[in-house]
Design a binder for this molecule. Structure first.
Ligand SMILES: NC(=O)c1ccc[n+]([C@@H]2O[C@H](COP(=O)([O-])OP(=O)(O)OC[C@H]3O[C@@H](n4cnc5c(N)ncnc54)[C@H](O)[C@@H]3O)[C@@H](O)[C@H]2O)c1
Ligand SMILES: [Zn+2]
Ligand SMILES: [Zn+2]
Length: 393
């Protein structure tokens, strides 16, 4: 089959690789019909190279049609339409029982001390072959895939794999009081969808980014937007001015470790690019490098006693945090990889009872799998208005 594979920094290719096959009696094989490229894939494309091996298959936002099922799969059969969550979670362990599917104890990568395995996401997360491919082997066929109805186009459901539950959890964790105000930093797919969900729940939403078409898109749906480019110095002040001088009840950080405004990240990438892999790996894991501009902004912006919900992905151990401010302002901090399977049941009605979150217009680009290299480049450089790209094998 054809699959998108990693070959080095900013080097992904479409290779011919062996088809996946059933390995456990509860496996299913899915023929992928749509597969998203995620902001998280851009970290693989740019800074997380030390954790990948040449030929690793990327992608963690797939949906498609069940092609084959293992002998113990009773809940699905060939021909069913399914979305595959990005966490590989068993659905039966203690953590899955708590709704903490991103911490699944059956698939935790103990060797690296990390949580649940993820499709297409580095050795730190189990080096599981990903879903930007023609076919995907999916374990836990009775509990992991989300069955979706026939009828509406893939766009309606494909975001159940990641964008929707990530944004949903971001809003849940933000703990906005009824009628309260939420600031969303970053209007990529995750921030944009978080805004939609927050508006749907009746909150006042202020969105921040620096890409004109992303700001415009959010404004079009009723978000009050601020351009970071125009407010590099006074963003927090301006937002306090819009919120009774106090700041918003909650902030979602939907940017992550490659924020605009953190020159340290660039330096780290250049440095790790020059080092042998072992050393580079250690540097990315341990070195304290200032790549947290968006998080610092969130700490500054949120009102006293408010909540910061971090959806953006972070790495590193020694990044300095302004503990005095966090403690003094009594800020509640919540974060983590989305627990996809925890939220899919709650979200599904917003997709089947009409298209309440505007998923059908959410993708800006749909391209064949063979054009993945160009699509990655376009998405990373934010060219041609790219906000969300779907690959269609
Ligand atoms: N927690 C999870 O389970 C989960 C799931 C998916 C994605 N993510 C992470 O969420 C983040 C966003 O993902 P995405 O797909 O929307 O990616 P993206 O890269 O398209 O979006 C990031 C946006 O932030 C903007 N930005 C950069 N610096 C900023 C700053 N200082 N202030 C405000 N905005 C700034 C960029 O212009 C961009 O529009 C990434 O870090 C991704 O890895 C986490
Ligand atoms: Zn993703
Ligand atoms: Zn589990």
């Amino acid at each position: 089959m054809k699959a998108v594979t990693w070959h080095g920094k900013r080097d992904v290719r479409v290779d011919q690789v062996p088809d996946p096959s059933i390995q456990e009696p509860t496996d299913v094989i899915v023929r992928v019909t749509s597969s998203g490229i995620c902001g998280s894939d851009l970290h693989l494309y740019e800074v997380l190279g030390p954790f990948l091996e040449e030929g690793d298959i990327l992608g963690h936002e797939p949906m498609g049609i069940v092609e084959e099922v293992g002998s113990e799969v009773t809940e699905l059969s060939a021909g069913n339409r399914v979305v595959v969550p990005f966490n590989v979670s068993c659905g039966a362990c203690f953590m899955c029982g708590q709704g903490l599917h991103s911490q699944c104890e059956t698939t935790q990568v103990r060797e690296h001390g990390t949580g649940a395995s993820l499709f297409g996401y580095t050795k730190l997360y189990g080096q599981v072959p990903g879903g930007q491919a023609e076919f995907l082997r999916v374990p836990f066929g009775n509990t992991l895939p989300v069955k979706v109805p026939e009828g509406p186009p893939d766009d309606r459901f494909v975001y159940l794999s990641d964008v929707l539950p990530t944004a949903w959890q971001g809003v849940e964790y933000a703990d906005v009081p009824d009628g309260g105000t939420l600031v969303v930093l970053g209007l990529g797919p995750i921030g944009d969808m978080a805004c939609r969900i927050a508006l749907h729940r009746g909150y006042r939403v202020i969105g921040v980014d620096l890409v004109p078409e992303r700001l415009e898109r959010a404004r079009g749906r009723g978000v009050e937007v601020l351009d970071l480019g125009e407010h590099e110095k006074d963003l927090a002040e301006v937002i306090r001015g819009m919120t009774d001088g106090r700041g918003p009840d909650s902030v979602i950080e939907a940017v992550g470790m490659e924020a605009h405004g953190s020159p340290g990240a660039k330096l780290a990438q250049q440095m790790t690019g020059l080092l042998p892999d072992m050393l580079a790996e250690q540097l990315m894991q341990k070195a304290g490098i200032d790549r947290m501009h968006a998080l610092y902004l969130a700490i500054d912006i949120v009102r006293r006693g408010g909540t910061i919900s971090i959806s953006g992905v972070y790495g590193g151990m020694a990044d300095p945090l302004p503990m005095l401010t966090i403690f003094d302002k009594q800020i509640q901090l919540r974060m983590g990889q989305a627990n996809v399977r925890r939220w899919t049941g709650e979200i599904l009605p917003l997709l089947t009872d009409g298209d309440q979150l505007g998923t059908e217009d959410f993708a800006t680009h749909r391209v064949p799998l063979s054009q993945a290299p160009e699509a990655y480049e376009m998405f990373q450089k934010k060219e041609d208005g790219a906000v969300k790209v779907l690959l269609q094998p």
